[in-house]
Design a protein around this ligand. Structure first.
Ligand code: SF4
Length: 521
């Protein structure tokens, strides 16, 4: 139905519409290199299978809907998908309309500045939606997951009594059990311990139809937590110490994803290259060895991994970049700063020279590799000279892309209490200079691609009619006029323009290129 202008003006939005609009507006907003992504897969309700599991036998089995809003990194995107998987047997199907939801989960991220405050304001909006639903005789459960939930714990329930569940990243496999407790009248449940059991053991495999609906690219978490304790970072406190999933479990999940049509897989971990999972021979396997085993899966075309620490970039992994054709020539290897004094203050456990030497070794193994990094400007005590060392490392490496942020203190981290905080205007000015420098190299990298033939996987539709957007091996967005039949397929293209943030390309020879396994549904 379409409304005329006057009708629209006269029609006051309901609370549900206001909440929905707020959540929509936030979707894909980019800040600090992190995106907000809301739940987007709507599926028919399915009958509850909970009686079989027994874990939530007290949940009634009428079908319900869950709206999951995801903030932050790819790990959270993966976790939200797994939350949906764990809720499916409890009778919950996903909805992308908050107003339709019986359960709303905010899967939060602590990387952003004032992350907790933003969650509290969203909870205020959800409280109004809940009041509206209750006035109409309905119900709405509200859960907060992720790193803000882990960090806030009991405090969240105290400040926002509207919250029914607060659970950390290591506890979401217990969602059916927590929901069962709410159905018995419990409110304000907090579950932020680091459980002794492996949550991955308790998670059900995604249904094939869900995997298909999620597209041809997928994330797969292989490692969680971090033991590095960089002075600015909350991850070791919110995600706990390093844990690597056993190889057999990773391979099994990967095979299931490939059976569901996934052709490109990104292995995830807060410190993914510290991976040391138990191998099929009971030895500890490195990430390099795991990549070899994954590359043997038929139908899996492309592998990536993120995020890595320079200290954990071992020979086996570097050689994997040389030897595994399916491993894409792209590496996100954050350096954070170029000054040894600041790297030391950050507790990064490497200096600039070691990092540059490592880059040289990686480039010898894979000369065309696209390199990416994170940078923090204005870390406490950073002088102009320190900052210039950061610009120097950007020039030296010539990153194909990079994420850069102003330092902002994260409560509970060592750097937050440092008295030498850099003034905000200085941080702003340095960030602008750094971003201009990064942009120059990014444009240079994209321009060098002009005239090149490359294979792309079309995974998005462009804004223009008849336009598809693919991912290049170097993770650039490639815009191509192409038939809809190629959506979800690989195609060979030739780059005709390199822009600041993307490439423009044409299908090779204007012919229908070789297309492997166009997505089935
Ligand atoms: S290595 Fe990465 S995840 Fe670990 S503490 Fe440092 S920044 Fe955080």
């Amino acid at each position: 139905m379409t409304f005329g202008a006057n009708q629209t003006e006269l029609k006051a939005p309901t609370v549900a519409e206001q909440v929905s609009e707020t959540l929509d507006r936030d979707q894909n907003k980019s800040q600090d290199g992190h995106r907000d992504i809301k739940s987007g897969v709507r599926e028919p309700a399915r009958p509850s299978a909970m009686r079989e599991s027994g874990a939530a036998s007290t949940i009634d089995d009428t079908s319900r809907k869950v709206f999951i809003k995801t903030y932050g990194c790819q790990m959270n995107v993966y976790d939200s998908g797994r939350m949906a998987d764990v809720l499916a047997p409890a009778g919950y199907s996903e909805t992308d309309e908050v107003a339709d939801a019986d359960l709303v989960i905010l899967n939060t991220c602590h990387i952003r500045e004032k992350a907790a405050e933003k969650v509290y304001s969203e909870l205020g909006r959800l409280r109004k939606l809940r009041d509206q639903k209750e006035a109409a005789g309905g119900k709405l459960l509200i859960g907060v997951a992720g790193c803000v939930a882990q960090a806030e714990g009991e405090e969240m329930v105290r400040r926002a009594p509207v919250v029914d569940l607060v659970f950390g990243p290591q506890s979401y496999h217990r969602l059916p059990e927590l929901l069962a407790r709410t159905s018995n009248g419990a409110r304000g449940i907090v579950e932020t311990d680091f459980p002794v059991e492996d949550k991955f053991d308790a998670l059900p495999a995604a249904e094939k139809k869900k995997t298909i609906a999620r597209g041809r690219t997928a994330f797969l978490t292989v490692q969680e937590g971090c033991d590095k304790f960089c002075a600015f970072c909350v991850v070791p406190y919110t995600r706990g110490s390093e844990f690597s999933r056993p190889v057999s479990r990773v391979l099994s999940e990967a095979r299931t994803l490939v059976e569901g049509g996934v052709a490109e897989m990104t292995l995830l971990g807060q410190n993914v290259n510290a991976y040391h999972g138990q191998g099929t021979d009971s030895e500890d396997w490195s990430l390099g060895r795991l990549l070899h085993a994954l590359a043997d899966i038929q139908g899996l075309e492309r592998l990536r991994y993120t995020t890595s620490h320079p200290r954990d970039m071992d020979d086996e992994l570097i050689e994997a970049h040389r030897d595994i054709e399916k491993l894409m020539p792209y590496l996100h290897l954050p350096v954070q700063a170029g000054s040894d004094r600041i790297l030391d203050a950050m507790n990064r456990q490497h200096d600039a020279a070691t990092y540059l030497k490592l880059i040289e070794t990686i480039r010898k193994a894979r000369p065309d590799i696209a390199l990416s990094s994170d940078f923090i400007v204005g870390f406490p005590g950073e002088t102009e000279e320190d900052f210039e060392a950061t610009l120097a490392i950007v020039d030296e490496v010539r990153y194909a892309q990079a994420y850069s942020f102003k330092y902002s203190p994260r409560p509970g981290t060592p750097a937050a209490g440092n008295g030498e905080q850099v003034p905000e205007d200085v941080k702003t000015e340095r960030l602008a200079r750094l971003q201009a420098r990064i942009a120059t190299h990014q444009l240079g990298f994209n321009k060098k691609c002009e005239g090149e033939a490359m294979r792309v996987l079309f995974d998005r539709r462009g804004k223009r009619d008849g336009q598809l957007v693919g991912r290049s091996p170097y993770l650039q967005s490639v815009y191509v006029t192409a038939p809809e039949t190629l959506f979800g397929a690989f195609a060979d293209v030739r780059v005709i323009n390199g822009f600041a943030n993307s490439l423009e390309a044409v299908l090779i020879d204007g012919k229908q290129p070789r297309s492997e396994g166009a997505h089935h549904s």
